[in-house]
Design a binder for this molecule. Structure first.
Ligand code: SAM
Length: 150
């Protein structure tokens, strides 16, 4: 998979299926921090649903900030998960991305801060109705643009 450098020096990928980039070209890492992490106001121990896990930027910035998070990641494309190991990690998040690489071999991983990330591989439209109501404290909802994925 090819990666494209965005304007904050972090890298994104392009989906041929959706004909869209995984992140804004203005800055993949900045998008994760400003659009997802900052407004979510997360704290230690929260249950988080990461819908459209992709390259894992939203989860990575959360892992860097907190401990004892319980993150359930939903993703339906195996290839993007495999691509994480080739992604040049953004500066300052090398440890988090080295951790997330393990997701293509194991479905549940735990880091040295007791953050747990569990991967559910499949279509969110089918998986979300099976999840417990009222369990998640925050949801990172990150599909492709509405034009590409209405
Ligand atoms: C814009 S990208 C998300 C980028 C990602 N949050 C990141 O930080 O790298 C959208 C992601 O949602 C996934 N996706 C789209 N529709 C989905 C669905 N119905 N079920 C599960 N995953 C889906 C795509 O495969 C893609 O990885």
């Amino acid at each position: 998979m090819d990666f494209f450098k965005t304007r904050d020096d972090s890298y994104t990928a392009y989906s041929n299926r959706y004909r869209d980039y995984y992140h804004t070209l203005a800055g993949a890492l900045e998008q994760a921090r400003k659009l997802f992490l900052a407004p979510a106001d997360i704290s230690d121990g929260m249950n988080i649903l990461d819908l459209g896990f992709g390259l894992g930027y939203n989860t990575a910035v959360a892992l860097a900030e907190c401990c004892e998070l319980n993150i359930l990641a939903i993703e339906n494309e195996v290839d993007i998960l495999k691509a994480i190991k080739s992604l040049p990690p953004p500066q300052g998040l090398e440890k988090e991305f080295a951790f997330l690489v393990k997701l293509h071999k194991k479905v549940t991983i735990t880091d040295d801060k007791d953050n747990i990330v569990e991967l559910l591989l499949g279509n969110a439209l089918h998986l979300v109705p099976t999840l417990p109501t009222g369990f998640f404290d925050r949801i990172f909802f990150d599909p492709f643009s509405p034009e590409r994925q209405p």
